[in-house]
Write a protein that binds this ligand. Structure first.
Ligand code: ZN
Length: 151
């Protein structure tokens, strides 16, 4: 069995090795997390390993590099869902883009739809701030592993 710490409640969990690379659920707090894949190439030094937990995934570095860009895009261009496309949350990005664009097209005639882009812009602004305030581990866990669409 693999021993690992729950990223949410830090409980020590035993996970079957066949679940490596899959999303698992903590038995204590029900939080979802990615079971790390044991690395075969590098010699495992268990004493140093704890500091590198969560960074084994090659996509990790690439993904957390987008944190700043996604945060800034959310704040400046939030209404158009740019920050969501950056993070691969395409469905949520398309919804924001559609609401904003249709609001801008229809809005001047009907006034009310103009609230669409305003609200989407606010959502993007808040999400951008959330991205920037999250730690890299938290950011990766939430948007790369759990693929949380909103906030
Ligand atoms: Zn837990």
């Amino acid at each position: 069995m693999l021993q690992l710490n729950c990223p949410h409640c830090q409980a020590i969990l035993s996970v079957h090795p066949s679940r490596a690379g899959e999303i698992s659920e903590c038995t204590i707090c029900q939080g979802k997390f990615l079971v790390p894949v044991p690395m075969a190439k590098t010699p495992v030094s268990s004493s140093l390993d704890s500091s590198n937990q969560g960074r084994m995934d090659p996509e990790y570095g690439e993904f957390v590099d987008k944190k700043l860009a996604a945060g800034i895009c959310g704040i400046l261009l939030g209404g158009f869902g740019v920050h969501k496309f950056l993070l691969g949350l395409n469905n949520a990005g398309l919804i924001m883009l559609a609401v904003s664009l249709s609001g801008l097209v229809v809005g001047p005639c009907l006034i009310l739809p103009l609230f669409g882009p305003v609200i989407m812009g606010l959502v993007g602004l808040i999400e951008g701030i959330i991205y920037l305030t999250k730690s890299q581990d938290d950011f990766y866990q939430t948007y790369a592993v759990e693929k949380k669409d909103w906030f």
